[in-house]
Design a protein around this ligand. Structure first.
Ligand code: 5BU
Length: 277
């Protein structure tokens, strides 16, 4: 497969392609830490959540959360998460998948128990409501220097986010370049952007559904390797969850650390091979 020019640039070079603060910070962090790994920490106990993040912190550029799956959430978890982000030099991405009218998503982003906008550098949204989901979130997130990813594709079997839906999602991103920094997708979106007349606009691709030892979870999830995702499909960030901490029961912190190191090495090698084939 022929990859577009942005896929040949270094992460450091690409930081200059963005005006959004979160996108620049993420790319600079990736370059500095030599890591394109994002660990998705989907565990239900706050103590496990913090233990996993402590273990993987040195190897990641980004930590992805589903903060609403914590059984024992307290605001102090956010303080601990933020402190670990500063200690280990990573950004935070709450995988909230907003999907409502602009007014409601603005409230969901700023308020409630979680106050996501106050601590999460990056969040994401489904494009099914149309552009108002982006403008509603931007009214809260842009003044704080936050960035948004749009779900252009999903990793699940039978996903409806394909074809014209994906292309319309790309158009929505291109129409909001200050706030939308890229996509959750399985491949680069540059050719769709070029077809829409925006050949020169760089957008990030963060990709879930990454695993080295399994092709699926029996619940619809589909896994590809870092090589397939980064080197062959041109995606920028690998998002790995259970491939690193298993089913989350009986956590073995040393093993979690070793797995994070393994994914980081594979992800970075795939990137090096991509930029200098
Ligand atoms: P896993 O344990 O590596 O399968 O976890 C993947 C994570 O990425 C999980 O938090 C999902 O909610 C998230 N995800 C995904 O798997 N596929 C998608 O298309 C999107 C998000 Br969008």
């Amino acid at each position: 497969m022929t990859l577009p020019d942005f896929a040949r640039q270094t992460y450091a070079q690409r930081a200059g392609n963005f005006s959004n603060a979160a996108a620049k910070q993420l790319l600079d962090t990736m370059e500095r830490k030599q890591s394109n790994l994002c660990v998705s920490v989907d565990v239900t106990k706050s103590s496990d959540f913090i233990s996993v993040i402590e273990a993987v912190g040195p190897y990641v550029a980004l930590i992805k959360t589903h903060i609403d799956v914590l059984d024992d959430f307290q605001p102090s978890v956010i303080d601990a998460l933020t402190a670990l982000g500063e200690k280990h030099d990573f950004l935070i991405f709450e995988d909230r998948k907003f999907a409502d009218i602009g007014n409601t998503v603005g409230l969901q982003y700023s308020s409630g128990i979680y106050k996501i906008a106050s601590w999460s550098h990056i969040t994401n949204a489904h494009t099914v409501p149309g552009p108002s989901v982006v403008t509603g979130l931007a009214s809260v997130g842009l003044p704080l220097g936050r960035g948004l990813l749009l779900l252009a594709e999903m990793s699940t079997k039978g996903s409806l986010a394909t074809g014209d839906y994906t292309k319309s999602s790309v158009r929505m991103a291109l129409d909001h370049p200050e706030f939308v920094i890229g996509f959750i997708a399985q491949s680069r979106m540059d050719s769709a952007a070029a077809q829409l007349g925006y050949a020169g606009k760089d957008l990030l691709v963060l990709t879930p559904g990454v695993g080295l030892d399994s092709r699926g979870d029996g619940k619809g999830q589909q896994y590809r390797t870092p090589k397939e995702v980064v080197e062959e499909s041109g995606c920028d960030v690998i998002i790995v969850g259970r491939g690193i901490y298993g089913d989350g029961r009986n956590l073995d912190v040393a093993d979690v650390r070793a797995k994070a190191e393994r994914y980081r090495t594979k992800g970075w090698l795939a990137y090096r091979n991509r930029i200098a084939p």
